[in-house]
Design a protein around this ligand. Structure first.
Ligand code: NAD
Length: 251
């Protein structure tokens, strides 16, 4: 039996990068997948992912939904309940960065980062806890970042949003533990995706790599493996935790 057989998982922002890796891993382990995207450019890319997921013998459906918009999250989860009948796992992965030194950071870019990285977690969690409370079970996994733990010059908005996710998640874990709903956080280090493409080139890339004890950038699969652990019953007694998946960068 696969680890997530008969479970339904939501993954936000899954059309590429870490979210795509997570959707693939959870589907491989038997979970039906409802995933969101916003503007992935080509409809073919989203359809291709949907086909790859169904290739694991599970149901998969893509929904265009902005995680930063409360109303869109509400309709998205209602649609998932109609289509799939349950939500067992919610991976809040969608996120952006708009990096700049504080001197140059605009209030608009600060608001965008907060809206998409932090308010999205409130938006989605508020919706999924209803079916989870009824089912007396659920696992919520929120994607923070090593930057939320360490801070970083030029990333004050990103760091604040990712640190906020940690406080939120610990509170939810305390609030809903008695209902058997777990809420944990993953703090990835530098993972090779579109978001970090600019970091890994040349001297700068070598400098970042030199600071990582395991000596390499992470992959989407590294993050997906820990997500699988947190989504499955293997972590049945784990809640309110922040798990760093960063090659030892932060310790
Ligand atoms: P990415 O830019 O490759 O992918 C992000 C995904 O989120 C995209 O599919 C994008 O369309 C989607 N998205 C953006 N805004 C959205 C919105 N409003 N609603 C729904 N979806 C939206 O980035 P990634 O590297 O795969 O990052 C995934 C998550 O992991 C993010 O939360 C990011 O902050 C976090 N993270 C990434 C790294 C890294 O090194 N790549 C490190 C730490 C944390």
């Amino acid at each position: 039996m696969k680890a997530l057989e008969n479970k339904v998982a939501i993954v936000t922002g899954a059309a590429r990068g870490i979210g795509e890796g997570i959707a693939m891993k959870l589907a491989e382990q038997g979970a039906h997948i409802a995933f969101t995207y916003v503007s992935e450019g080509s409809a073919e890319k989203v359809t291709a992912l949907q086909e790859k997921l169904t290739g694991f013998g599970v149901k998969a459906k893509a929904y265009r939904s902005n995680a930063g918009d409360f109303g869109e999250c509400e309709s998205f989860v209602n649609d998932v309940m109609k289509e799939f009948g349950q939500v067992d796992i919610c991976v809040n992965n969608a996120g952006i960065s708009k990096d700049n030194l504080l001197l140059r950071m605009t209030p608009e870019s600060w608001d965008d980062v907060m809206q998409i990285n932090l308010k999205s977690i409130f938006n989605m969690t508020k919706q999924v806890i209803r079916p989870m409370m009824k089912a007396k079970s659920g696992s919520i996994i929120n994607m923070s970042s090593v930057i939320g733990l360490m801070g970083n010059a030029g990333q004050s908005s990103y760091a604040a949003s990712k640190a906020g996710i940690i406080g939120f998640s610990k509170s939810v874990a305390k609030e809903l533990g008695s209902r058997n709903i777990r809420c944990n956080v993953i703090a990835p280090g530098f993972v090779e995706t579109d978001m970090t493409a600019y970091l890994k080139e040349g001297e700068q890339g070598d400098k970042y790599k030199a600071g990582i004890p395991l000596g390499r950038f992470g992959t989407a699969e590294d993050i997906a493996n820990v997500t699988l652990f947190l989504a499955s019953d293997l972590s049945a007694y784990v809640t309110g935790q922040v798990i760093s998946v960063d090659g030892g960068l932060y310790m």
